[in-house]
Design a protein around this ligand. Structure first.
Ligand code: KIV
Ligand code: ZN
Length: 508
């Protein structure tokens, strides 16, 4: 029996960005979109173009660079929304409009204050309008899982007649249980007379921790598109996590008899990229991409794995791109060739220019740190890669602090080819650093969040610092790694400043 394909629709850049505090820069969004394409995602929902000029520009930027995946934008049942999507996705080879309108009684009575007939008329009119301008139209009855069944079937039949090619069934508030959600999908497949003219899709939120289970119940009952996000980020508790759904379908193909076009080896890398762009740290126990997902602590488990891996491992870490955690990979004497080879093994391919920069950084790190692990390499590349518009570069940092002296730093940065230095004191060396940087860049910044974690084990491990900084009401994430945590802190702050400066330049 041939396994049927499930279409993977990623909404990290739209619903994912709706997670409180997850704002991503346009540069990060493009980098993520390109990685989603490499991952083999069928449809990338790049944003909600009418919501702001920035969102419009981001969707358009993604549409200009994506070659194979379909680029989609979200719209309410309004002409200006649909026009904005059509304009924003115009440069893409494959494109889609995603139109939504709430259908549950609670939304109709309190939010929209409209009758069912009025809702059907609005949906049909919007879908017809869009279909005259584009072939690929998705319609979502928002809060579908809490919508009265007869009305749900009716509106789906009408929008399909009007030209919808995909009907998406959101469990908007994450209220459904798997058996229930599965039966909603089954009911739709059996009761909507023209359902064979559209693809049925799942869109599940994780308020009860059931988003992945519900999505899988959906595909088991006839859905052939799944909407999901990397790391499961999204509104409130998030959306269904792509890596979990894809790996469940793949690992349990005996059960689901389905397939996807996803190259799972990219999961680890894109998970880190999304975490870096949003500042949301991936919990260690997160399935598939968490730091502990393939680590065995108990002696009995370790013994079992050494004897036969499959005793306690249902997937191979390499299959999802997780670097081997055990063993030294490279050291001070490793050459450029070995470095390049090892990166390739991790699924990372860089241009010659980026490779040179990353290799220089590797050599610098190898001088300070004897053992360099795959995780270190991933951090080096992330730090080095894609820093397209670097306004400020840290040239030098001298920091003195102690139990009985007040901390003092001297920070030197390079800006437009000239070096500038600033001395400062503060409540601690990091505070002193940030004061010096603010004075050098003359930017009023408000540090909202600061986090530090070690990339690998050992006293000489790289410290990775993530900062969330607000500039003039805009929140930006900065991240950097170094064996010196004050240096990592300074670089992360400068990284956030560079991103903000780049965003200002991109503004229309
Ligand atoms: O959760 C939801 O209902 C949505 C729709 C816009 C599809 O995100
Ligand atoms: Zn949603």
């Amino acid at each position: 029996m041939k396994n049927e394909k499930v279409t993977i629709f990623d909404t990290t850049l739209r619903d994912g960005e709706q997670a409180p505090g997850a704002t991503m820069s346009p540069e990060d969004k493009l980098e993520i979109a390109l990685s989603l394409e490499r991952l083999g995602v069928d449809i990338i929902e790049a944003g909600f173009p009418v919501s702001s000029p920035g969102d419009f520009a981001s969707v358009q930027n993604v549409a200009r660079h994506i070659k194979e995946s379909c680029v989609c934008g979200l719209a309410r049942c309004m002409v200006k929304d649909i026009d904005a999507v059509i304009e924003a996705v115009k440069p893409a080879k494959h494109k889609r409009v995603h139109i939504f309108l709430a259908t549950s009684k609670i939304h109709l009575d309190y939010k929209l204050k409209k009758s069912q007939d009025e809702i059907v008329a609005m949906a049909v009119e919007a879908v017809k309008y869009a279909r005259k301008r584009m072939d690929n139209i998705e319609f979502s009855p928002e809060d579908a899982s809490r919508t009265e069944k007869a009305f749900l079937y009716r509106i789906l039949e009408e929008v399909i007649k009007a030209g919808a090619t995909t009907v998406n069934i959101p469990d908007t508030v994450g209220y459904s249980a798997p058996e229930e959600y599965g039966s909603v999908i089954q009911g739709i497949c059996n009761s909507v007379p023209n359902i064979n003219k559209a693809v049925v899709s799942t869109h599940c939120h994780d308020d009860l921790g059931l988003a992945v289970a519900n999505s899988l119940a959906g595909v088991s009952n006839g859905a052939r598109q799944v909407e999901c996000t990397i790391n499961g980020i999204g509104e409130r508790a998030g959306n269904a996590s792509m890596e979990e759904i894809v790996m469940a379908i793949r690992t349990r193909s005996d059960l689901y008899h389905l397939t996807t076009g996803i190259n799972a080896k990219e999961f680890y890398r894109i998970s880190r990229m999304v975490s870096k762009a949003t500042g949301f740290i991936v919990p260690p126990n997160k399935a598939i991409v968490g730091a502990n997902a393939f680590r065995h602590e108990s002696g009995i488990h370790q013994d079992g794995v050494l004897k036969e891996r499959r005793t306690y491992e249902i997937m191979n870490p390499e299959d999802v791109g997780v670097p081997a955690t055990e063993g030294l990979v490279l050291g001070k004497h490793s050459g450029r060739h070995a470095f390049k080879d090892r990166l390739k093994g991790l699924g990372i391919e860089l241009s010659e220019v980026d490779l040179d920069k990353a290799f220089a950084r590797f050599k610098h790190l190898a001088d300070k740190k004897k053992e360099i692990y795959d995780e270190d390499l991933a951090a080096i590349v992330e730090d080095e890669g894609h820093q397209t518009s670097v306004a400020y570069t840290l040239v030098d940092l001298i920091s003195t602090s102690g139990t009985n002296i007040s901390p003092e730093v001297v920070v030197t940065v390079l800006y437009k080819g000239k070096k500038y230095a600033q001395k400062s004191t503060g409540d601690g060396p990091v505070d002193a650093c940030y004061k010096a940087i603010e004075s050098l860049t003359k930017l009023k910044a408000n540090l909202l969040d600061y986090g530090i974690k070690s990339v690998t084990q050992g006293k000489d491990a790289l410290g990775e610092v993530t900062v969330k900084v607000a500039f003039e009401g805009e929140t930006v994430i900065g991240r950097a790694a170094s064996t010196d945590i004050i240096e990592a802190s300074a670089k992360a702050y400068i990284n956030a400043i560079n991103k903000f400066v780049a965003q200002q330049r991109l503004k229309p």
